[in-house]
Design a protein. Structure first.
Length: 161
């Protein structure tokens, strides 16, 4: 992945926060996207939603499905279909690895964020395994306890200082 210097120059256009809530994210990949011009302009405006999207491997290629990129506001008749399938660009070794892993029981590919890197739109994919209901409850309980602990520390510092 990118170093600290590169991450400062990257701009996130869309985050999929629900992915971490519903899945255990096992391994992450960086993929380029095959986009039309109006799609790039719309993404730069922030008109993209990764909420219900996922990726599949079909015929040796990875496709992003259900990613909603709104039509470009200043577009003409050349505008794109907001829900069309978009090809993701990965190395052949990564594609074969994803193909073999998704054939295992319960693993899927979910996009976690869209960002700009070196003037190119990139998609971060995660190999994920679905969480059970009790896993989600445990995660939520842990987050709540951490939040309450941080709040208690801040309250203590305000009173002491």
């Amino acid at each position: 992945m990118a170093g600290k210097i590169d991450e400062a120059r990257m701009k996130n256009f869309a985050l999929n926060r629900e992915a971490a809530h519903y899945y255990h994210l096992l391994e992450k990949f960086e993929a380029g996207m095959e986009l039309k011009g109006t799609e790039v302009k719309s993404i730069r405006e922030g008109q993209v939603n990764l909420k219900d999207s996922y990726a599949v491997v079909k015929a040796g290629q990875v496709w992003l499905i259900n990613c909603h990129i709104s039509t470009y506001s200043s577009g003409s008749y050349l505008n794109h279909d907001p829900l069309r399938e978009r090809r993701l660009l990965l190395h052949q070794q990564e594609i074969s690895k994803l193909m073999s892993k998704t054939q295992e029981k319960g693993l899927t590919i979910v996009p976690t964020r869209l960002y700009l890197k070196a003037n190119k739109v990139k998609c971060e994919l995660a190999l994920a395994k679905g969480k059970k209901v009790y896993d989600r409850r445990a995660t939520e309980k842990r987050r709540t306890l951490e939040r309450e602990a941080q709040q208690a520390i801040q309250d203590h510092r305000r009173r002491a200082g």
